[in-house]
Structures are given as structure tokens and as C-alpha cells.
Design a protein around this ligand. Structure first.
Ligand code: SF4
Ligand code: SF4
Length: 183
């Protein structure tokens, strides 16, 4: 398993910080039938990659997640990522222990982007998704506390060289002028 520098206690602090915020002040799942969670019900490829070391705060025996390992050779990961990564799928989406949602769920619908001048930004997630997120589609104005907390979290995470390499790789596929910088 690839080993990042981000410690268990940092992941705990990140989860706690993000527990206090939400993208919008209502349950956005009510407007789309929780499309992002529900995708796991019909698309075998949908799931969540844990960041390097994020698995340390999860219980592999917990009954709500199905764990898989994927080789970094088989997918487009940064060259610095050697070994396996955890890919998890929720067994009963959209129901999960909220306090244990992985970072990928907590910071959605935003994504980190490092611009050509090396600055970290947040953008609306531009991954090729098999569903429509109304918040991305409409570039819904998001809660400023959520944006701030999410930016703080990614600022910490990119101090880990492996995570920085991932964000830089994904950013390299984008044209700065074609994305809307939320921050
Ligand atoms: S993040 Fe987007 S897709 Fe997911 S529940 Fe909210 S509005 Fe729906
Ligand atoms: S962990 Fe929760 S929020 Fe994330 S995909 Fe699973 S059910 Fe949805």
C-alpha cells in the first residue's frame, strides 16, 4: 500500500473540521436523489479512492464499506505512486455513518486545482461523472464556511508530496482559462 506523509491525527482533524460544514444549508441529496452516492448502485466503477494514509482512520471490519485494492500501475496515478491504493464502495448508499465519510465525499462538489502559476485553487469538480450533480451543473453558490474549510483541508493535504503529485497531475489536464475558480 502506498504510504503518504499525512498522519492519522491529521486525517482525524480534517474529518472533524469538515464535519462542521456543508456545501449548502440543506440536504442537497433531496434535489437529485443523492445522485453521487446512488451511482454506486448501478455503476460498478463508481467508488471512492482513499488518499494515501486515509485508511488509517477507518475500520476495515466496519460493515458499511466494501474494500478493494487497486494497483497504481493499472490506473492513471502519478508516477510517484508505487503499489496499491484502497478503493472503497458503500454497501447501502446514500446511507453511511456521516462522521466516517471519506474526504472525496466531504469536499465534493469542489475539487483542488493547482494553476499554472503554482497556486492552489478550488474548482467545481470536473471529473467525467455518470450522473449529473445539479450543484456542479448550475455552479451553485456554496456556503463560504464550506469553501474556507475545504480550502484549508486541501492546503494541508498538498503538503504531502504524494497528494500534491495527484492534484498536480489532475490539474495538468485542465486549461486554467476553462475552469471556474471558486477560490
Ligand atoms: S453533491 Fe451533487 S449529486 Fe451529490 S447529492 Fe449533492 S447535489 Fe446531488
Ligand atoms: S460515504 Fe456516504 S456520502 Fe460518501 S458515497 Fe458513501 S453513502 Fe455517499
Amino acid at each position: 500500500m502506498i504510504k503518504g506523509m499525512t498522519r492519522k491525527r491529521t486525517y482525524r482533524a480534517i474529518y472533524r473540521l469538515l464535519d462542521r460544514v456543508s456545501p449548502v444549508p440543506f440536504d442537497c441529496g433531496t434535489i437529485c436523489g443523492a445522485a453521487c452516492c446512488d451511482a454506486a448502485n448501478y455503476d460498478e466503477e463508481m467508488g471512492i479512492f482513499l488518499l494515501p494514509g486515509e485508511e488509517k482512520i477507518h475500520d476495515r471490519k466496519a460493515d458499511w464499506l466494501k474494500w478493494n485494492t487497486l494497483s497504481t500501475d493499472e490506473y492513471e496515478f502519478p508516477e510517484s505512486w508505487h503499489g496499491n491504493v484502497y478503493f472503497v464502495r458503500c454497501k447501502t448508499p446514500p446511507h453511511c455513518p456521516r462522521a466516517m465519510r471519506p474526504i472525496q465525499c466531504r469536499t465534493f462538489p469542489l475539487a483542488p486545482h493547482i494553476s499554472e502559476d503554482g497556486i492552489l485553487h478550488l474548482i467545481y469538480n470536473d471529473s467525467d461523472l455518470p450522473y449529473c450533480c445539479p450543484m456542479i451543473e448550475n455552479e451553485t453558490e456554496l456556503d463560504p464556511d464550506f469553501i474556507r474549510a475545504t480550502y484549508t483541508v486541501w492546503s494541508h493535504l498538498v503538503r504531502d508530496p504524494l497528494i500534491a503529485d495527484l492534484v498536480e497531475l489532475e490539474s495538468s489536464y485542465r486549461d486554467d482559462k476553462a475552469v471556474t475558480m471558486v477560490i
